[in-house]
Write a protein that binds this ligand. Structure first.
Ligand code: IPM
Ligand code: MG
Length: 398
């Protein structure tokens, strides 16, 4: 081993030490906050009927502006009274395109964060993660950054296929796991292939307790009978092992709910096993498994273009499509064929979150109608049906 590698190891050890302190202190802050809140986890919502709710609209990149334009038009129609009375205000977030982020050299420029700080909730289109090949810095994913910045710890992703009896709700931990330090891994050697690389996965006690509580509280409040804990605790013994132990510990406060534990590989198989899949109800998973399993689940529902996603924290919530910005659809000239159902479904979750439950139900039914009529043709491929056509049916049904 040459001296240069020894130097890199020393530097890495120091970096690891700093990251451990940082993450340990984060857990302490979470624990103190949970104590102050009397152990309550999750955003109680801003559903106060008289309170004004500021909804930030951030279109994002790629197909983002296409699906956001249609979703915004639908929301304007649906919320005409609320917008007129001032119960709801839209705030267009500017400066958040890939080009602007690259130019600023920041994942999310300060000016964008300042605008977001003035919002109660955000409806966000997909954002492209900048990489060095795009002529700027190798920046962190904006999604990941925002989830951490606003501490949006619960990523809630519902998937339903009524005709098959599927009604799943995923509680994906949203701020930890492989994502906590994902941009801060260590490589020994000059470049890929030279030596070795290490990334880190972080599970904190408090971070796990709060996502578990959120999942079980949801189950209890919605008459669900079963919560499934998904990990790879047989291999990732410390992180996933502790995640599973803590979830099981939280489960003891919910004796009426059946709890089971699964490894993520067999759960991936279970979801395509028609004999058993409709028996699952609520899932709680660490971040990366939640990412992967929810794409699979969305595909079972009809494609990632059909699924919405809520990122819920204590003081802020952000709603988005579960898919990415699909730059290939843009470069192939077929961005107009993007399915807006994902963002509209996210908007349904947002309306519910801010207390507009009736409006949420209207939008949900209208999106379902459009999906029944057009869903099979929303392929995102040449010859498929278009975003505007889909939105047209939604509007007719509001
Ligand atoms: C998601 C996405 C993001 C994630 C990407 C865009 C960073 O896949 O919301 O599931 O990995 O969480
Ligand atoms: Mg994903």
């Amino acid at each position: 081993m040459d001296n240069e590698i020894r130097r890199q190891i020393d530097e890495a050890a120091e970096q690891l030490r700093e990251m451990l302190i940082e993450q340990y202190e984060r857990n302490e802050r979470l624990a103190a906050a949970a104590k102050r809140a009397g152990g309550a986890g999750g955003d109680a919502g801003c559903g106060d009927a008289d309170k004004k709710t500021v909804i930030g609209l951030a279109p994002g990149d790629g197909i983002g502006p296409v699906i956001m334009d249609e979703t915004k038009a639908v929301l304007k129609m649906l919320l005409r009274d609320e917008l007129e009375s001032g119960r709801v205000e839209f705030k267009e977030i500017t400066g958040f395109t890939l080009e602007e982020r690259l130019a600023a050299g920041e994942t999310v420029p300060k000016g964008v964060l300042e605008q977001m700080d003035c919002c109660d909730v955000i409806l966000k289109g997909p954002t492209t993660t900048p990489n060095a090949a795009m002529g700027g810095k190798n920046l962190e994913s904006a999604n990941v950054f925002l989830r951490k910045r606003f501490d949006l710890f619960a990523n809630v992703r519902p998937v339903s296929v009524p005709e098959e009896g599927i009604d799943w709700t995923f509680y994906r931990e949203n701020t930890e796991g492989e994502y906590a330090l994902g941009s801060r891994g260590i490589r020994l050697g000059k470049e890929a292939g030279d030596g070795l690389s290490v990334d880190f996965k972080v599970i904190t006690g408090e971070g796990t307790r709060r996502i578990a509580k959120a999942a079980f509280d949801f189950a209890r409040a919605n008459g669900k009978k079963r919560v499934s804990i998904v990990t790879k605790a047989n291999i990732m013994k410390k992180t996933d092992g502790d995640f599973q132990t803590i979830c099981l510990d939280v489960a003891r406060d919910y004796p009426e709910i059946e709890t089971d534990t699964w490894f993520v590989d067999i759960m991936a198989a279970n979801l395509v096993n028609k004999d058993i899949r409709s028996g699952f109800e609520v899932f709680v998973l660490p971040n990366l498994y939640g990412d992967i399993i929810t794409d699979e689940a969305a595909q079972i529902q009809g494609g990632v273009g059909t699924a919405g996603s809520a990122n819920i924290g204590t003081d802020m919530a952000m709603f988005e499509a579960i898919h990415g910005s699909a730059p290939r659809m843009v470069s192939d000239g077929i961005a107009h064929l993007a399915n807006p159902a994902s963002l509209m479904t996210a908007a349904v979750m947002m309306l519910r979150h801010i207390g507009l439950t009736e409006k949420a139900a209207v939008l949900e039914a209208a999106v379902k109608k459009a999906d029944d009529m057009l869903g099979a043709r929303m392929t995102g491929l040449p010859g498929g049906a278009g975003c505007a056509e889909f939105a047209g049916i939604v509007k007719e049904n509001i």
